[in-house]
Design a protein around this ligand. Structure first.
Ligand SMILES: Nc1ncnc2c1ncn2[C@@H]1O[C@H](COP(=O)(O)OP(=O)(O)OP(=O)(O)O)[C@@H](O)[C@H]1O
Ligand SMILES: [Mg+2]
Length: 325
């Protein structure tokens, strides 16, 4: 489960359209499940046989479902199977099997207009699975749904990911979606991927914008001559003794500005924002002490090296704010 996040216009949809070659990149290659798609002939509707076959192995689900209103649910799912040339009997068997997989066995004969948004998206997912894809592309598939329905669709995608070994490339502007289901994530800005990795790697990367957006802690510095430090710890690691040791060893008063525990990518993660007296230069040694204890330490105002300062949003919220429509 791979999440792609970024502001509106960052290039997320363009990226996903390149993955199934709906958009052919002017340079570079697109490799899906080991196959270089850019080496295959044809464009758009005139795509060659090989490219069409490769594409049928890449399913796609859409924000607005894109179901045909004049066809029943079953007939919508059968559509890609018709294109693949399956017989009527085989199509019907396969469609009913897929409906069962997405939990809609009883809706085969109804029309899309009679379904809720969540049910429509289940049909969209069943249709996307018709070609037995290795990869499922999802462009804002849950952004037209309420939070509870979103959760049930994400659970379905997660189940399919595990049951079928299906890779899901999920575009979203909701951090919550990444947090709930993604194993890995990438952040796009102005047409480029500026951060990527497993969620755990990101959380362990000092200055990661994705990490602080995935797991924000709040709390403002209480004065100018103070150093604000975010300490991240995983699992059972307890910060409490470390913080008091720090205080005793260096004889400094430490204020806790904010703290939170959360489950990110299925793992317990904690974050604490603390304030040390004095400027950063005066706190190099205590900060080194915290790092030596195996804690991840981010100093506020320490710009990450990999992202040019003018591209870095001021807050984590700004990262996704514009994406929210
Ligand atoms: N077919 C196209 N030809 C040229 N430019 C395009 C095309 N499609 C999109 N763009 C431009 O590419 C940029 C990225 O657009 P894209 O739709 O990929 O963004 P996005 O991250 O999906 O945004 P959103 O969150 O609003 O869906 C935008 O500046 C857009 O205007
Ligand atoms: Mg888009």
């Amino acid at each position: 489960m791979y999440g792609v996040i970024g502001q509106s216009g960052a290039g997320k949809s363009s990226l996903i359209r390149c993955v199934n070659l709906l958009e052919r990149p002017t340079s570079g290659t697109v490799t899906v499940a080991g196959q270089d798609l850019t080496a295959l002939a044809g464009r758009g509707p005139r795509a060659g046989k090989e490219l069409r076959a490769a594409r049928s192995r890449i399913g796609m689900v859409f924000q607005h479902f894109n179901l045909l209103s004049s066809r029943t649910v079953q007939a919508n799912i059968e559509l890609p199977l018709e294109i693949l040339g399956l017989s009527g009997k085989e199509r019907s068997r396969k469609a009913l099997e897929l409906l069962d997989l997405v939990g809609l066995s009883d809706k085969a004969k109804v029309y899309p207009a009679q379904l809720s948004g969540g049910q429509k998206q289940r049909v969209g997912i069943a249709r996307a699975l018709a070609g037995e894809p290795k990869v499922l592309l999802s462009d804002e598939a849950t952004s037209a749904l309420d939070p509870e329905t979103t959760r049930s669709i994400l659970e379905l995608l997660r189940d399919l990911n595990r049951q079928l070994g299906l890779t899901v490339l999920l575009i979203t502007h909701e951090m919550e979606v990444v947090k709930t289901v993604c194993d890995s994530a990438a952040l796009m800005q102005r047409g480029r991927i500026v951060e990527s990795g497993t969620v755990n790697e990101l959380l362990a990367t000092p200055g990661s914008q994705l990490a602080s957006a995935l797991f924000p802690v709040s709390g403002e510095a209480t004065g100018a001559d103070r150093t604000v430090v975010d300490v991240t710890f995983h699992g059972e690691a307890a910060t409490q003794p470390v913080i008091s040791q720090l205080s005793r060893t260096y004889n400094i008063d430490i204020s806790i500005l904010g703290a939170a525990m959360d489950t990110v990518a299925g793992k317990q993660v904690g974050r604490m924002r603390i304030e040390l007296p004095g400027r950063f230069e005066e706190n190099v040694v205590p900060i080194g002490f915290l790092r030596e204890q195996g804690l991840q330490v981010d100093v506020a105002g320490d710009a990450p090296a990999s992202i040019p300062a003018q591209d870095a949003p001021a807050t984590a919220a700004a990262l996704v704010k514009e994406g929210a429509k």
